[in-house]
Design a protein around this ligand. Structure first.
Ligand SMILES: [Zn+2]
Length: 296
């Protein structure tokens, strides 16, 4: 249906989406690409609605917009500007702050922040591609007195469990999750969601990783050397993440969203098919979320 966007330049993006209608049409095409089914009565046939890309059920006359039922629902500004936000968030190597978005798009900073939170929701890992091969797991701490990754007055330290998958000399992917405590249950829950049972998992000797041989038969618990010398890749990964986090000035409350944003881009640094299109598909497939859902 659509051309694949390989590293989409701003120039190409603007050519593809010159105005509001081209964006709404893109949404409608993506949303109803397979079939139409009325949200109210389930009827399978529609005709044109009031606005160009709306669909109206031929049985109950219910009109549905292209934005409805997606993360674009409730968006108070133009879909064109919303597309720009998705574009910048997905294609900028380090992402983009709401302040910068506000400047670029002439929208209020809070408006940009809010919509970006929705984009970040779409960036959350599906858990469909668990790690395999050489995997390392450890915890990191974010916040607290000695960590500048988060403003000092923003509350207590947070524990985050991190895993990386190695491929050759590099790291192919990473996942991370904020956990309440480094208990066996929490660590195991994360690992089961993101790591294949047959993977060669390495952890340190922390008690929370004890007794996981049933789930991960090849698990090796190694004594952590001074300054984590035997977990260099993992710790470099954590340092890079923290350096990025320092620059985004976020609230500790939304730490998981920032982790999701960071890992989404990190795991797609070699992606050949368009990252913009991938994120856009997720935006359309994700159920809408309200302001209240984001701030609580
Ligand atoms: Zn209907």
């Amino acid at each position: 249906m659509e051309q694949r966007f390989k590293s989409l330049s701003l120039f190409e993006f603007q050519g593809r989406f010159p105005d509001e209608h081209s964006c709404v049409k893109y949404l409608a095409d993506m949303k109803w690409s397979t079939c139409y089914s009325c949200k109210k009565c389930g009827h399978g046939h529609s005709c044109k609605g009031k606005s160009p890309e709306d669909r109206q059920c031929t049985r109950c006359r219910y009109i549905e917009s292209a934005k409805a039922g997606t993360l674009f629902q409730g968006c108070k500004f133009s879909v064109l500007k919303a597309f720009y936000i998705v574009y910048y968030v997905s294609t900028n190597k380090n992402g983009i702050s709401s302040t910068e978005l506000s400047r670029k798009l002439a929208l209020r900073q809070k408006t940009c922040w809010l919509f970006k939170q929705k984009v970040m929701k779409a960036m959350k890992s599906s858990g469909n591609f668990p790690m395999d091969g050489k995997v390392a797991v450890d915890e990191m701490y974010v916040g607290g007195q000695d960590d500048q990754a988060i403003g000092r007055n923003e509350g207590r330290k947070k524990i985050v469990v991190v895993s990386i998958e190695k491929q050759g000399k590099g790291i192919s992917r990473m996942y991370a999750r904020v956990i309440k405590t480094a208990s066996k249950e929490n660590l195991q829950g994360f690992m089961k969601d993101h790591i294949k049972p047959e993977a060669n998992v390495r952890t340190d000797r922390w008690a929370g990783y004890k007794g996981l041989e049933k789930e991960f038969p090849h698990i090796v618990r190694e004594k952590s050397e001074k300054k984590g010398k035997n977990f260099t890749d993992l710790h470099r990964c954590i340092m890079m993440f923290k350096a990025w986090l320092r620059g985004v000035h976020h609230s500790v409350k939304h730490l998981q969203s920032y982790i999701d944003e960071y890992t989404y881009r990190f795991n797609r640094h070699q992606m050949k098919v368009g990252i913009f299109e991938n994120l856009m598909t997720r935006m359309v497939k994700n159920a809408p979320c309200t302001y209240k859902m984001i701030i609580t």
